[in-house]
Ligand binder design. Structure first.
Ligand SMILES: Cc1cc2nc3c(=O)[nH]c(=O)nc-3n(C[C@H](O)[C@H](O)[C@H](O)COP(=O)(O)OP(=O)(O)OC[C@H]3O[C@@H](n4cnc5c(N)ncnc54)[C@H](O)[C@@H]3O)c2cc1C
Length: 431
């Protein structure tokens, strides 16, 4: 069984306990494959409703993207509201966005209910432009207010540069309701609560086979099996060939994060806000202060390669220094990669493969709120208390395009990068 690697979250983990692997045959109402936040949220809601649940993770609880991400929690999906509206129309897009806001609330409620003393939320997120467009931001603010009664603020360039000492930045949208937190401590706290409610969780238990034909579905690991009326597939970007149709419907996309050494003065000179920060480029940078403002946790870049690049730390450091030249020489202590699952339409994949076989994955880079709502609507579907999961039906299991899909995704990313750069250059020439 793998450890959590050398990530910031593994270094600051409060609950170190390990769970045993599945050995032998067990029965449950629901078997959940994947102990990321999608699987855990579904398991917790089901356990709260007195269903017996078994969660199986190939590695550890929160070992995947859920325990190694940026820790930003805010509404929305991996694609824009405008794109979603184009795909499903205004009414459904609105309902979906409301669910994404509910996802944020679910995380907040869980933190409050479970009194997670190791998980302080830090509120506020700045989405920063790398070119001048105050009118575009004002329109976005008005739309969010009008359609969702959701409050955002436009920060002018001088206010932005007062707190983010980079000449790359112009205006920002400030969202006071977004927050950042410790996602691995959160995942492990959900797991502890599931067990307190008599749920069972097995780590080091990769599901290698399944039989979905009978009334009792069977999922098999190397040394055991679970028989359950319902099965939930929640493997995220680590989804393997267990159910080929699911694997073929996503592209696993890698993204990277670094943690700097403690350098309070130099970092404090560059970033003067505890808020979460992201820029508006597609797959742009996102970062935040951690450890009382002494270190930066910085994420960015995406690729379709699944292995970690050599010199990952240097590569990420160059990205950071290109925005904040004053951080040249601040050492990177550790850097790590994680896989996200993207469907071609960039929306989550949530639904039923057949009676009693559910899937919930494909959250891309916006998973903290969407895994929460995904887990919840799947639990409601299993309990029969709602069919809200059907709101995701228009985003079906579309083929990822195989090797051509991978190449196309990488090409699209490079094209977007080039377009973003051109836009920035035009902005720089105009000022
Ligand atoms: C570096 C990085 C930064 C990110 N930053 C943010 C952010 O700041 N905010 C945000 O909202 N989102 C962010 N995301 C996205 C977010 O982390 C993911 O969308 C979300 O965590 C996905 O959760 P999941 O439960 O679907 O998958 P995962 O958390 O990846 O969990 C899937 C689990 O399934 C297990 N598994 C797979 N196959 C099997 C099998 N056959 N048998 C048993 N177990 C199996 C794996 O071991 C894994 O633990 C980021 C992602 C990455 C990688």
């Amino acid at each position: 069984m793998a450890g959590y690697g050398d990530t910031y979250y593994a270094r600051t983990l409060t609950d170190m306990s390990q769970r045993s692997s599945l050995d032998g045959s067990v029965h449950a109402d629901v078997a959940i494959i994947g102990g990321g936040l999608a699987g855990l949220t579904a398991a917790l809601d089901l356990a709260r409703a007195c269903r017996s649940v078994v969660v199986l993770d190939a590695e550890r609880v929160g070992w995947g993207a859920s325990g190694r991400n940026g820790g930003f929690v805010g509404p929305g999906y991996a694609t824009s509201h405008a794109n979603i509206t184009r795909m499903v129309g205004a009414e459904k897009a609105q309902a979906l966005h409301r669910l994404s806001i509910e996802g944020v609330r679910i995380v907040e409620e869980n933190i409050d209910k479970l009194a997670m003393s190791d998980n302080k939320r830090v509120y506020g997120k700045m989405s920063v432009l790398r070119y001048h467009d105050p009118d575009g931001l004002a329109r976005q603010c008005e739309m969010m207010k009008r359609e969702f009664d959701y409050h955002l603020e436009v920060m002018p360039t001088d206010a932005v540069r007062n707190v983010l000492r980079s000449q790359k930045y112009y205006q920002a949208l400030y969202d006071p309701a977004c927050f950042h937190f410790h996602p691995l401590n959160y995942a492990r706290a959900l797991a502890t609560e599931i067990e307190a409610l008599n749920g069972r969780i097995f780590e080091g238990s990769r599901v290698v086979g399944c039989d979905f034909e009978g009334a009792d579905k069977i999922v098999r690991t190397a040394h055991g099996e679970v028989r359950a009326r319902d099965v939930v597939l929640a493997g995220g970007g680590y989804t393997d060939e267990l159910v080929p149709r699911l694997r073929r419907s996503i592209l696993p996309i890698a993204t990277y994060v670094l943690l700097t050494e403690a350098a309070p003065e130099r970092i404090g000179d560059a970033v003067r806000t505890p808020a979460a920060i992201s820029d508006n480029r597609r797959a742009g940078d996102y970062y935040r202060l951690v450890d009382d403002g002494t270190r930066l946790l910085w994420g960015g870049r995406i690729t379709t390669r699944k292995t970690e690049p050599r010199r990952l730390a240097q590569m990420m450091q160059r990205t950071m220094v290109s925005t904040y030249p004053q951080l040249e020489g601040v050492r990177v202590e550790t850097a790590w990669a994680g896989l996200m699952a993207y469907a071609r339409h960039l929306m989550p994949l949530i639904g039923q493969l057949q009676e009693g076989v559910w899937y919930v994955y494909g959250f891309g880079g916006r998973g903290m709120n969407t895994t929460a709502i995904g887990g919840r609507v799947i639990a409601e579907g299993i309990l029969g208390t709602s069919d809200r999961y059907r709101l995701y039906e228009p985003f079906g299991l579309v083929w990822n395009g195989g090797p051509f899909g991978v190449a196309a995704a990488q090409l699209t990313y490079w094209t977007y990068q080039a377009m973003d750069l051109a836009k920035e250059r035009r902005a720089a020439r105009a000022t």
